[in-house]
Write a protein that binds this ligand. Structure first.
Ligand code: NAD
Ligand code: 0WE
Length: 265
């Protein structure tokens, strides 16, 4: 008996086996859920399909979240694949994007276009995806929506820059969506994860140093894994969190509670 037997999940944002979305998908699958995937077209055949098939998934559809048409198409295909009773019990949004040039240097130099792009892909897309799932009649009492955020939404993290602003908008969107959808029994929450070496972290200036410093300062003195994120996602996706909505839960070894590091750390 798994916690999620008979439940259906749709996961946006798998790029490869290091992706946080993949850690979540595996945890949901291990708990008994059937997991469908949506990622950008270019990753689908070479990267996503083999991973999806390894956990018995058959729903694998492309979607660039900047396109309302593509978002609509994913849910239309979901309806075709699962029939009138095939609702989305768990919707996972684990994607973000900003121009590389906006993740180095000073935030004050962010262009209008760079700001709009980061906010569109990394924050607005949650609203768009939830709206379309709901419009298609796929959300129901008990459905759980999850997204991924980062501490840079709350405090200044060097180089995170416009992504910090996008994550602040994402966290606020989680609260407003939770208020809108709560009366329908739909919950919306965020996981604020510590740094993980994913594709999205590759080549970030100073990431390696920050990753090490994180483990030195976090109370649990370790970096976090995608399996750690997966276990909290399982809690938020399941009825274990039946009265939790609009929350941002930290999976960061306690990093966020620390103020001034001790002199001998
Ligand atoms: P990842 O590179 O594995 O995943 C990012 C995904 O975003 C990729 O699959 C990419 O294709 C997708 N994406 C980008 N633009 C898109 C678009 N226009 N349409 C559809 N998909 C698009 O990296 P990850 O670290 O697993 O990132 C997943 C989430 O976790 C992101 O929201 C990220 O901000 C968040 N997060 C990451 C860390 C970390 O340190 N890696 C920490 C906290 C939160
Ligand atoms: O949210 C993120 C990363 C999101 C991201 C990553 C990239 C790299 C490649 C968004 N857009 C892009 N665009 C690219 O071209 N994280 C939480 C990981 C991360 O990124 C940082 C971090 C951390 C942590 C950037 C600067 C400082 C710290």
């Amino acid at each position: 008996m798994g916690l999620l037997d008979g439940r259906r999940a749709l996961v946006f944002g798998v790029a490869n086996d290091h992706s946080i979305a993949w850690g979540i998908a595996q945890a949901l699958h291990e708990a008994g859920a059937t997991v469908g995937f949506s990622s950008v077209e270019s990753l689908l055949d070479r990267r996503v399909r083999p991973l999806a098939e390894s956990i018995g998934s058959t729903f694998i559809e492309p979607c660039d979240v900047q396109s309302d048409d593509q978002i609509r198409a994913v849910f239309a295909k979901w309806r075709t694949a699962h029939g009138p009773d095939g609702q989305v019990d768990i919707l996972v949004h684990a994607l973000a994007f900003a121009r590389r040039e906006d993740l180095e240097g000073s935030f004050v130099d962010t262009s209008r276009e760079g700001f709009a792009l980061a906010l569109d892909v990394s924050a607005y897309s949650l609203v768009a995806v939830v709206r379309e799932a709901r419009r298609a009649g796929l959300l129901h009492p008990g459905s759980s929506v999850l997204t991924l955020t980062y501490y840079g939404a709350e405090k200044v993290v060097s180089n995170y820059n416009v992504m910090g602003v996008a994550k602040a908008a994402l966290e606020a969107s989680v609260r407003y969506l939770a208020a809108d959808l709560g009366p329908e029994g739909v919950r919306v929450n965020a996981i604020s994860a510590g740094p993980v070496r994913t594709l999205a972290a590759a080549g970030i200036a100073g990431f390696k140093k920050m990753y090490g410093a994180f483990a030195d300062l976090a109370p649990l003195r370790q970096n976090i894994s995608i399996e750690d994120v997966g276990r909290t996602a399982l809690y938020l996706a399941s009825d274990l969190s039946s009265a939790v909505t609009g929350a941002t839960i930290y999976v960061d070894g306690g990093f966020n509670i620390m103020g001034v590091p001790s002199a001998d750390a």
